[in-house]
Design a protein around this ligand. Structure first.
Ligand code: SAH
Length: 357
């Protein structure tokens, strides 16, 4: 007997993650889409992504811009360059600007606060930061400057696996869930997520991950396939060492990613879920649309100038690396139209909607 899709337990999530029957999965896709429509509506919120720096002090084993990632030209955008991207996002009608980057101490607290204030003053957009693990003083200063949200994926609930793929920076202990909770107290909307199919991620771990999204009542949840980067440790010997036995190891494929997204929509019905860029890299023709039809209600088009975008290869083949921001924005808006959905207006803040009936 398959567990009912309404009122899923953690073990129900696990059973559905392992489901392979196409007809049964059809019911999962339909339910996720219904719940998405009932709880967050037909609007697809567009968040313009600016990749502000590729400097990073971390040694994440999965990431193409880690401190140890081979010879790589590093860049840090200027205040004016970031502001120009934000203006472009406003002109496309995006209600949110996302500033993401490596964990870069050169991106100082006061610098980011100044950028946040300027973007707010000029565009009125909501501002999401995704700049890794920072101390509370910076996080408070950015919140005071007007930052609304923060994205920080916890990457896995398996603590031993986490330490292997995301080593501590000397003298500190990485505690992403702790930072997320402190940020919620500071007044941020908080977003998190995981990659699907990292070596060592078992079906049980992934069920725990999804259950953690629910336990922590996350406001935004990004789920994308793990895409092995050449020259990264996780794509090589470390990945071979960490991989679980085949029956337990989660594959890094589109089907599993879509199952995780759909199940996340069912257990976190009114959260914001993006159809991720990584999913569209795995399936350039249909990935983004598939995500939007199986629970997602957000897309994050890239506004980073092409000369920097090519240097922000956290994973290989990031979609549309050579496409201009205009072309990409147009394509995303056309896609939303073709699905019979609308592009969201305003900031697209999470609304805690009560269930109907
Ligand atoms: N420095 C910030 C932003 C990182 S990029 C931070 O660490 O939070 C955002 C997300 O991209 C990461 O959290 C990770 O989940 C994802 N990512 C990194 N490398 C990836 C890879 N090789 N394949 C798929 N996703 C990846």
């Amino acid at each position: 007997m398959r567990p009912a899709l309404d009122g899923l337990s953690r073990d129900g999530v696990l059973a559905w993650l392992r489901e392979r029957d196409e007809e049964a999965l059809g019911a999962l896709w339909r339910r996720a889409d219904q719940v998405r429509r009932a709880r967050v509506g037909d609007a697809v919120h567009l968040r313009g992504l600016v990749e502000v720096t590729n400097y990073c002090v971390r040694h994440c084993a999965y990431c193409g811009i880690a401190a140890c990632a081979g010879p790589l030209r590093r860049y840090r955008m200027t205040h004016d360059e970031i502001l120009a991207c934000a203006r472009q996002g406003r002109d496309f009608g995006f209600g949110t600007i996302v500033l993401q980057g490596g964990e870069d101490p050169g991106l100082t607290g006061p610098f980011v606060a100044g950028v946040v204030r300027a973007i707010k003053a000029e565009t009125g957009a909501a501002i999401t930061l995704s700049l890794g693990e920072r101390d509370d003083a910076d996080l408070r200063e950015w919140r005071r400057a007007g930052a609304d949200r923060y994205l920080l994926r916890f990457e896995t609930t398996d603590a031993a696996l986490y330490r292997r793929i995301h080593p501590d920076v000397a003298g500190t202990v990485s505690d992403r869930l702790g930072q997320l909770l402190r940020m919620r107290d500071m007044g941020y909307e908080i977003g998190t997520g995981v990659m699907i199919g990292i070596p060592g991620q078992t079906w049980d771990t992934l069920a725990d991950d999804i259950w953690t999204f629910r336990d922590y009542d996350m406001d935004m949840i990004g789920i994308g396939p793990y895409l092995p980067g050449p020259r990264t440790p996780l794509a090589g010997a470390l990945g071979a060492e960490l991989a679980a036995p085949p029956a337990d190891q989660v594959p890094n494929d589109e089907l599993t990613t879509l199952k995780a997204m759909a199940l996340t929509r069912l257990v976190c019905p009114d959260t914001n879920i993006p159809s991720t860029t990584a999913l569209s890299v795995l399936d350039p023709a249909a990935g983004r649309a598939n995500g939007l039809c199986r629970g997602a209600n957000v897309v994050m088009p890239n506004l980073t100038p092409p000369e920097y975008r090519v240097l922000y290869e956290i994973y290989p083949g990031k979609a549309a690396v050579h496409e201009t921001a205009d072309a990409l924005a147009e394509r995303v808006i056309a896609l939303v139209d073709s699905l019979g959905r609308t592009t969201g207006s305003g900031p697209g803040t999470r609304l805690r909607t009560p269930p109907r009936n």
